[in-house]
Design a protein around this ligand. Structure first.
Ligand code: TYD
Ligand code: MG
Length: 459
């Protein structure tokens, strides 16, 4: 019989190759390609047979599909419920990704304690004792939480079959292995195989399942990238370890809105819903600072955009963007120069989003331009004023989504006026005074930059 040809697979992204290679052509990672022992097909066959009794039954007419009444169960953590779209659904599989140390284990433990009902917390990362110590610290000692320090996925499933928990937590998916699959723990084959087994069990029994996954420095879910299609919901836990707030974002959600945002503060006693707004510092107006409202899912968040325009000396002028896209900053600099009437091409430009939030929302464009103009001219922007609008290449201010929602949040935080796009404005939507603008060229002309700051600039 012919020897089966070996297959090689990148442990980071799952790309397959007929031979070993030093660098993965698909994701560019080095030394990640390993031989796959035991075929994927065999792995799938095993997962099918292992829990076949509880799972797939065959096609059913659409009209005869039963939907149980007990739909969503709140987790007991307000910010988490918001991100999940109101709570967990039976059989929902959630992948919780984040960098090491960000607070994933803390979040799942709090989830376990708050949820009510029997919870199986399987950990391949920490001992029962370590988890107990954390639980003591969090005030989360709950007899309904059953700890299991185990990395063998078959044993975890066996325990789950016996315990019949109302929630299964696995921390982390990369530490699990399936003894029937010859590949090292953490390899794509193992991660995928273990997740498939667990998912199958969750779907079959209607038990919500949470898989914790580590992400790599560049932000991708290492290994778990290949799980994103398998799970119902992908949550990313992010934040700067130096700031105490943490953001929970739904990158995908089959049971609710994607891109929903939850904001926590990491305290001595674990994660608590963030109070107030950590991204907006209520300070004296300063030149180079402009406020705007970005959307994180359905949540409006007021953020402060800070710009600093400084002499580049004899060097090549730099453009440094923190929290916004660098390409976008280059474009907005060019627009500010051509349409806004300030000279930037021979100066260094730094733009930062206060509080460490990553802003992708184009509605922040106008605030970036306003902050650039303010810093370049050394003048303050109008007080208690929001700048909302996407900026195009001709300097035109374009409409933004959900303007009334954003204005409402601004009003709540004490803003009194807003520069907004001329188009797409509905009458009577805001408690703020609105100033519709067509283009950024009007910002200087209309007196949005006051003369007051010159004194500030020199002290
Ligand atoms: P952890 O949940 O272990 O992170 P992960 O599982 O994502 O690797 O949390 C790590 C950090 O959180 C750790 O540096 C300490 C901090 N922390 C608190 O500040 N307060 C707390 O109550 C707990 C439990 C942790
Ligand atoms: Mg952990």
């Amino acid at each position: 019989m012919a020897k089966p040809t070996p297959t090689f697979e990148c442990t980071a992204c799952g790309a397959r190759y007929p031979r070993a290679m030093g660098k993965c052509g698909a994701c560019g990672a080095f030394a990640t390609i390993e031989e796959v022992k035991g075929s994927l097909r065999a792995g799938l066959e095993r997962s099918r047979s292992a829990y076949g009794s509880s799972g797939y039954q065959g096609p059913v007419p659409l009209t005869e599909v039963e939907i149980s009444e007990t739909q969503r169960a709140a987790t007991g953590l307000v910010e988490l419920d918001r991100v999940l779209g109101g709570g967990v659904v039976p059989g929902m599989v959630v992948l919780l990704g984040g960098e090491p140390g960000i607070g994933k284990s803390t979040l799942v433990l709090q989830w376990a304690a708050a949820g009510g009902g029997t919870v199986l917390y399987a950990s391949g990362e920490e001992s029962e004792r370590q988890i107990k110590l954390r639980a003591q610290r969090l005030g989360a000692e709950n007899p309904d939480i059953h700890l299991f320090a185990e990395t063998d996925v078959r044993r975890i499933l066996e325990a789950a079959e016996r315990l019949k928990p109302s929630l299964l937590l696995v921390d982390s998916i990369q530490t699990l292995y399936d003894p029937e699959f010859e590949s090292s723990a953490g390899s794509v084959g193992q991660v995928r195989g273990c997740a498939a087994l667990l998912t199958r069990w969750a779907k079959g029994t209607g038990t919500p399942l949470v898989l914790v996954g580590h992400v790599t420095k560049d932000g991708g879910l290492a290994g778990p990238k290949v799980l994103e299609h398998l799970v119902d919901t992908v949550l990313a836990f992010e934040g700067d370890r130096h700031h105490h707030h943490r953001l929970l974002r739904a990158l995908k959600n089959r049971f609710g809105a994607a891109f929903e945002l939850g904001v926590f503060a990491m305290t001595e006693r674990g994660l608590v819903p963030a109070e107030g707004n950590p991204f907006f510092l209520e300070a004296e107006p300063r030149p180079g600072c402009a406020a705007t409202v970005v959307l994180g899912g359905t949540r409006p968040v007021v953020v402060e955009i800070q710009a600093l325009v400084a002499s580049a000396g004899l060097g090549i002028p730099r453009r440094t963007a923190l929290g916004i896209d660098g390409q976008r900053l280059s474009m907005l600099c060019a627009v500010a120069e051509r349409r806004g009437g300030v000279q930037l091409h021979d100066r260094d430009v730094y733009v930062n989003v206060a509080g460490g939030l990553e802003v992708e929302d184009p509605a922040a464009d106008l605030a970036v331009v306003a902050a650039l103009l303010s810093s370049a001219t050394g003048r303050l922007l109008a007080d208690k004023c929001l700048f909302l609008g996407e900026v195009g290449l001709t300097g035109e201010v374009r409409p933004v989504a959900q303007l009334p929602l954003r204005l409402q949040e601004g009003a709540r935080l004490g803003f009194e006026r807003a520069v907004v796009p001329r188009l797409g404005l509905e009458a009577g939507t805001a408690r703020l005074e609105l100033f519709p603008e067509r283009g950024v060229d009007r910002l200087r002309a209309k007196g949005w930059l006051t003369a007051r700051a010159e004194a500030n600039e020199t002290d």
